[in-house]
Write a protein that binds this ligand. Structure first.
Ligand SMILES: [Fe+2]
Length: 280
């Protein structure tokens, strides 16, 4: 069970190292104050085709002084339409690239706290199906709008329409309510807060700000003690976490595209298994 001293143990050292306080417990577990962090995101988007038919939209994002970066991803499906993991602002550059690539058919959120830009994506692409975690829908309903469909873990084999090309795994045992996605053709897995890979060099490529903070940057990487501690602290149900961590490990992938940090171009499956070794 998550205790206050766990939070202190993990976040106090970081707070001491950071130019500004990072975040508070309410930030993490209610999401209320996290919403205000959207203001710190910038619009210097770096757009590239990471691998055939997979486009990334990377930009700076700092969590109260810690540069962790943000990234959206668009996958061109075989019918020419687009599946978009939306986690960055819908800038003019982003809109132009998406228009060039195809019609947006799906907009997905990969985690409980990745919702800042969902509404602007949905407003721009009203015919696209907006899908996110159930917990997020409860919040959005209060704001007067809601998701079209939800990931809620009640049926791991739930079909949303893109499964022939993109697999999904909702981590019902995580307090972060993460969802992992798997693009079969490119052997790539995507995640919101499942795996950090700092520094976020690509996301700060057009920024004057350095993405490096001594010590902290090296802590937020796969396999580190800090990352494994973070996974443990945000674990709500060990058995569900083990089931889902293994399910991802069963996918045939080599690349991992995180929302926070640089793309892991190869060897990602081994890094996944090592970071989530608690469940194997
Ligand atoms: Fe995140």
């Amino acid at each position: 069970m998550l205790r206050c001293y766990h939070i202190l143990l993990i976040f106090l050292p970081l707070t001491l190292l950071c130019p500004r306080p990072i975040f508070s417990l309410p930030d993490l577990f209610t999401g209320r104050r996290i919403d205000s962090m959207a203001a710190s995101i910038q619009s210097d988007v770096v757009i590239r085709e990471a691998v055939k038919d997979v486009w990334t939209f990377s930009c700076p994002f700092d969590l109260k002084g810690v540069p962790i970066g943000a990234r959206s991803t668009a996958i061109k499906l075989t019918d020419g339409s687009l599946w978009v993991l939306a986690s960055t602002p819908l800038t003019q550059d982003t809109k132009s690239k998406l228009a060039e690539l195809g019609d947006v058919r799906y907009i997905v959120s990969p985690a409980r706290y990745h919702h800042f830009y969902l509404k602007e994506f949905k407003d721009e692409y009203p015919n696209a199906k907006l899908i996110g975690v159930k917990d997020l829908n409860d919040v959005k309903r209060l704001e007067g709008w809601q998701l079209d469909e939800v990931f809620d873990g009640s049926n791991p084999d739930e079909q949303y329409g893109f499964e022939s090309e993109i697999g999904h795994c909702y981590f019902s045992g995580s307090k972060m309510h993460d969802v992992a996605f798997y693009h079969k053709a490119s052997k790539t897995v995507f995640g919101g807060d499942l795996l950090f890979n700092l520094p976020c060099n690509e996301q700060y490529l057009k920024s004057d700000i350095s993405p490096h903070i001594p010590i902290i940057t090296s802590m937020l990487q796969p396999e580190t003690l800090f990352c494994r501690l973070f996974i443990w602290l945000t674990e709500g149900d060990y058995r569900a976490m083990a089931r889902d961590a293994r399910r991802v490990a069963d996918w045939d992938f080599d690349r991992f595209i995180p929302c926070h940090g640089d793309v892991i171009e190869s060897g990602a499956k081994q890094l996944w298994k090592s970071t989530y070794r608690r469940y194997f």
